[in-house]
Design a protein around this ligand. Sequence first.
Ligand code: P6P
Length: 343
Amino acid sequence: MSTTPFMTLERFIIEQERKHPEATGALSRILSDLSIAAKIVSREVNKAGLVEILGFTGSTNVHGESVKKLDIYAHDMLFKAMDHGGQLCVMASEEEEDIIHIPKHFRIGKYVMLFDPLDGSSNIDVNVSIGTIFSIYKRVSEGDGPGTLEDCLQRGLEQVAAGYVIYGSSTMLVYTVGEGVDGFTLDPSIGEFILSHPNMKIPEKGKIYSINEGNYKYWHPGLKKYIKWLQEEEKESGRPYSTRYIGSMVADVHRTLLYGGIFMYPADSRNPKGKLRLQYECNPMAFIIEAAGGKAIDGYKRILERVPTALHERCPIFIGSPFDVDKVAKFIADTDAELEKPI
Ligand code: P6P
């Protein structure tokens, strides 16, 4: 019998808010509106194979990637769920080139929301888990008019909340306001997210590494050494590790949060900044994993400390258990030192 109290997301948010007398309830309303969008997207994702929203739109997004109908649907759902709540001053989406203003006839709020509406969408047609990622900041621009690009280019350290929804064997919403991480599983029969994973903590060390090994030849030599090290046999350190790579960041990071280990999307000789986006993927996931006791670096320093310079900039990411993130950082640093030694 589960010892987790029966708690809906709505009630949990209200109880969290009560712990902060200064809270105005604005952040609670944002999270509540987000959960509605998540339920709607979940319904469509779970029947995607049955209705005409699979396949490609024929258009490409700001990154030149072909856009799936479900991508657009998820983007539209999130926008419609969030644009009239009166809590946001501006939004930005991985699917839109520029910032998204709150329509004039709606009240301007004090928060900023960045989101990746459907991450991993290349996996939709093969029924692999995909996800939505969101990141919430307080506005920093002056005045009470529309928010600005400055509001959307804050360091990850400044986030007030971040979370993801994973549309998998079940739909889960996982989020943090910086004090611990909690997971809620959607019960479609009552249309409620129910607390299923209270106070999630990542294991100090794992036994799984997750990376696209097809890019091996382009990697930093220190990363190559690290991966080979993981594949050696040494029972005391639990090696060789297992490898798991779903190709959907939300799913790979969610597994890493639950089981421990490390997920990596490094820079390489073809992509010197890596592939994943700092503001829509790396910063929210780093905020969540650090709140769960883990680490997230770009190979050298905390992702949350990076100063964003462009809305869609990419960032290398090594994220997971502290032991595993520290280990890869050491392999990279030691190899750099060797390469810098005078010959
Ligand atoms: P690759 C999905 O397209 C995505 O943006 C992330 O969700 C995922 O981690 C990564 O790209 C997979 O990229 O190059 O391994 O296919």
